[in-house]
Design a protein around this ligand. Structure first.
Ligand code: HEC
Ligand code: HEC
Ligand code: HEC
Ligand code: HEC
Ligand code: HEC
Length: 401
């Protein structure tokens, strides 16, 4: 009798464990299915553990919060995006949020909700700071405005998911002192984790390549073979900085650049994409230019040569590709001047990065449409930010032999 009870207990426990395992396995398989549901089930957790706002996670995960806050993921609910919502229905707005703020609670239920959000973003452009106190924040800043926040990547139905503990391979439910522990999965260490938002399906290809093709470019690179995933470069040591082309030092570190005199006695700049896991740049939105300026004895510019690294597309009855001159992983390219003016004594090389080239054009044309004042203010800010992002990546002088 007693033995049977014990056996029964064991069977029930075993079934429970199996069900739970099946539960989180299927949650992992459907991780990016829409809508992304984070609503906490009936746990006896504290309000803090149930709170999906990044400022709540920050109470216990401060270093991740501080890095993430500086990243573009934290700024994804941006004036440049929201400023485009004015003439849209809320369903179309939510379509953008699929990547910019995809939690179920972040999506729009109505047009008026979308317009309120537009006004709120204008009113509190910087958001609110962590130390203003959670409750004060709650009223002022909506979860929606936190963009690609912690919960987007880490929470499904109240359950936390993350990579295995450092130095461990163990997957599955890990006990922890808060929010019922977490489920560890190696999926967090792989490029496929970023696919949902950084890769379009092949069906949307323009000239063979979708507008966003980063994961595919990576798959075709040496880095995929070497097991260097997006996280290796963009989350070194698991840091949540997500630096990219908007960061000068990060971008510079991906490239080897030298200048020399080539066999035809011409000043030459050589660039190799040595540590970039996809095309440089990967998106159609930035533009990188190499310029060479021939200068006379007094430093006056006599001639300029320019080469662009860009994938340029335009809309004409569907998207069309104009040119694709991006630098591929491991590719080396030479930029050599030719037939310099006979008064030229030296050449000045400059590599310029315009991370938001494409968006600047969009913002300018939106402003020409004379939008209503709330929208205008947002787009003006987006344009200002975009222009502020340009930088000089590299500069060097060479005497002409
Ligand atoms: C009350 C404190 C507290 C709050 C609030 C909190 N966490 Fe945690 N979190 C913990 C603790 C403790 C662990 C367990 C650490 C361990 O055992 O390695 C943990 C573990 C995790 C892990 C697994 C880390 C790993 O090693 O992979 C993730 C991911 C995570 N939390 C995300 C979040 C997110 C997202 C939020 C906000 C929505 C949040 N946490 C809110 C305390 C907290
Ligand atoms: C498949 C995911 C995805 C969808 C859907 C999406 N975006 Fe983006 N968006 C991105 C990524 C990734 C970036 C950053 C890379 C880049 O500059 O293209 C970005 C950047 C932007 C930027 C420039 C940076 C900023 O936030 O100011 C704007 C503006 C923008 N998107 C607007 C929109 C609008 C409007 C929609 C809906 C019509 C939309 N996006 C839909 C992924 C997406
Ligand atoms: C864009 C997706 C994304 C966002 C947003 C994000 N994380 Fe993570 N996080 C990850 C990935 C991926 C890893 C695992 C990285 C790895 O293993 O290389 C991770 C790892 C972690 C870990 C484990 C760190 C360690 O050292 O073991 C914690 C804790 C964590 N995240 C908390 C947070 C918190 C808190 C936020 C918000 C402030 C946040 N994450 C935002 C994707 C994200
Ligand atoms: C070997 C290192 C490395 C790997 C692997 C890598 N990246 Fe990058 N990534 C960089 C560097 C360096 C830059 C800055 C230069 C540039 O923009 O190409 C960058 C830039 C970016 C940008 C900025 C936008 C742009 O147009 O360039 C995005 C988005 C990005 N990476 C996403 C990813 C994703 C997603 C993966 C995985 C599929 C990935 N990266 C893999 C190094 C890497
Ligand atoms: C839920 C969608 C989503 C996921 C998942 C996601 N991202 Fe992003 N990511 C975005 C959006 C949207 C932006 C653009 C934010 C903006 O500027 O408005 C972005 C921006 C970036 C940038 C900055 C690019 C630049 O222009 O400088 C990098 C780097 C990046 N993501 C890397 C990653 C990596 C690595 C992963 C996987 C670990 C990942 N992202 C997962 C949506 C996502």
């Amino acid at each position: 009798m007693l033995l049977r009870n014990v056996l029964n207990m064991l069977v029930i426990t075993l079934i429970g464990i199996l069900l739970m395992a099946a539960g989180w396995q299927s949650m992992l398989n459907a991780y990016w299915d829409e809508p992304i549901a984070t609503v906490t089930q009936n746990h006896d957790w504290s309000a803090l553990e149930k709170n999906m706002r990044p400022e709540a996670c920050a109470q216990c995960h401060e270093s991740q919060f501080n890095d993430w806050k500086q990243s573009l993921h934290a700024k994804a609910y941006s004036p440049g995006m929201v400023g485009q919502f004015a003439d849209m229905r809320h369903e179309a707005g939510s379509d953008c949020l699929r990547c910019h703020a995809p939690l179920e609670q972040q999506l729009f239920d109505s047009d008026s909700q979308m317009l309120t959000s537009l006004k709120t973003l204008r009113q509190f452009p910087q958001g609110v700071s962590q130390d203003a106190g959670l409750e004060a924040n709650e009223a002022r800043l909506l979860l929606r405005h936190s963009g690609v926040s912690c919960a987007v990547c880490h929470v499904r139905q109240g359950q936390r998911f993350g990579s295995p503990r450092k130095g461990s391979e163990q997957e599955g439910l890990m006990a922890g002192e808060a929010h019922g522990g977490f489920i560890a999965s190696k999926k967090f260490e792989q490029s496929s984790f970023c696919t949902e938002c950084h890769q379009f399906p092949q069906a949307y290809a323009i000239n063979g390549k979708p507008l966003e093709n980063t994961v595919k470019e990576w798959q075709q690179s040496r880095f995929a073979e070497e097991g260097k995933h997006c996280q290796s470069c963009h989350m070194p040591d698991r840091k949540h900085q997500f630096k990219g082309i908007h960061d000068k030092a990060f971008t510079r570190a991906g490239l080897d650049i030298t200048v020399f005199i080539n066999q035809d006695d011409m000043p030459t700049l050589q660039m190799t994409s040595q540590r970039i896991g996809h095309a440089f740049p990967t998106y159609v939105t930035p533009k990188v230019t190499v310029q060479a300026k021939a200068l006379d004895k007094l430093g006056k510019v006599l001639q300029t040569w320019q080469w662009d690294m860009v994938r340029e597309v335009y809309f004409d009855d569907g998207w069309q590709e104009k040119r694709d001159t991006r630098l591929m992983p491991d590719e080396t390219r030479m930029f050599a001047i030719h037939t310099p003016n006979h008064q030229a004594v030296q050449v000045l090389f400059e590599v310029q990065v315009v991370p938001d080239q494409f968006y600047k054009g969009i913002y300018k044309s939106l402003l020409l449409d004379n939008p209503q004042s709330d929208v205008k203010a947002l787009i003006q800010r987006a344009l200002q930010d975009a222009e502020h992002n340009d930088y000089l990546l590299y500069t060097e002088r060479l005497m002409i032999p």
